[in-house]
Design a protein around this ligand. Structure first.
Ligand SMILES: [Zn+2]
Length: 296
């Protein structure tokens, strides 16, 4: 198992700033061990397809982009390790479990249900199978993200993190907003608890000035990854950012649409604005230097 099966890390092209983006749900490399029952096109509805590609300019502004390679429906990095679904398993789970409401809907750490409400598997999984997914995918992804954020925090005294996702244009039956057309972007800071309010405001206002409709904490407040990393009182700022898929792709074919390039350019402009904010906050000179050799 190489890290290339698990993630790709896109390092800063120039001088590093304390900004880390991660795309936990855009992986499209389906492991042999998945053994899902429905057609691949149905399973793929769980993906945040193309999200890492949309943000690919971020390293040119000094940010680091972590891209998951494995599919979210196989094992979801945005769920806690105790978020295990007992109905998925053929044998008892040997650790404490605390299934969330999402798990009871079949979309927990390992999805029991695919889109359209069809079962993901034709059989029960063994605890050993699920633990292998945790050890080979979930843990290495989290270890890399933990290390990136810690390294930036130690070097700069603060760190900003954007947890990058996409969402269907209209909520399905399992969503908190079934049948409702969504805003272009939904920012989630768990009701102001995972980053400084000024950061959420900066991102929202920058997008609104570009002409996008932006909602905050509705219907997505942020889940496991921003909950884990967002501690604004300590200088650790974590924001979940959801993009409406119809801005950039065909939700049926998964192909990029005519809007893809415009959105990608707007996200690059947003990243530039965020980078300026962060440079001011931590006292990095605004001009580019060739600091790449200093690593970290
Ligand atoms: Zn997602």
């Amino acid at each position: 198992m190489t890290s290339l099966d698990v993630f790709i890390r896109h390092d800063p092209a120039g001088d590093t700033i304390p900004l880390v983006l991660d795309s936990p749900h855009s992986g499209t490399t389906y492991p042999q061990a998945f053994d899902h029952a429905p057609a691949r096109a149905i399973v793929r509805q769980a993906e945040d397809t193309h999200v890492a590609t949309l943000w690919r300019a971020a390293p040119s502004f000094g940010a680091t982009l972590l891209e998951a390679r494995f599919p979210r429906a196989f094992i979801d990095p945005n769920r806690g390790l105790d978020d295990v679904d007992p109905d998925l398993l053929a044998d008892p789970w040997p650790h404490p479990i605390a299934p969330s409401r999402k798990t009871m809907q079949g979309i927990g750490l390992v999805w029991r249900m695919a889109g359209d409400g069809v079962p993901m598997y034709a059989r029960k999984l063994t605890s050993t199978e699920v633990m292998a997914r945790i050890d080979h995918y979930w843990r290495p992804y989290h270890a890399e993200l933990d290390a990136l954020l810690d390294t930036r925090f130690i070097r700069f005294g603060s760190v900003w993190h954007i947890n990058c996702h996409s969402m269907p244009a209209v909520g399905d039956a399992r969503a908190d907003d079934p049948g409702r057309e969504r805003a272009d972007f939904v920012l989630g800071d768990r009701d102001g608890s995972t980053c400084e309010p000024g950061f959420t405001h900066l991102v929202a206002e920058t997008l609104r000035h570009m002409g996008y409709a932006v909602a905050i904490n509705d219907p997505y407040k942020g889940v496991e990854i921003v909950r884990k990393h967002g501690r604004p009182a300590e200088g650790r700022h974590s924001l979940q950012l959801e993009i409406k898929r119809t801005l950039y792709m065909d939700e049926q074919t998964f192909e990029p649409s005519a809007g893809f390039l415009r959105l990608e350019a707007d996200l690059a402009r947003l990243t530039a604005t965020i980078a300026t904010h962060i440079r001011e906050r931590v006292g990095i000179a605004p001009s580019r230097d060739t600091d790449a050799a200093s690593g970290a």
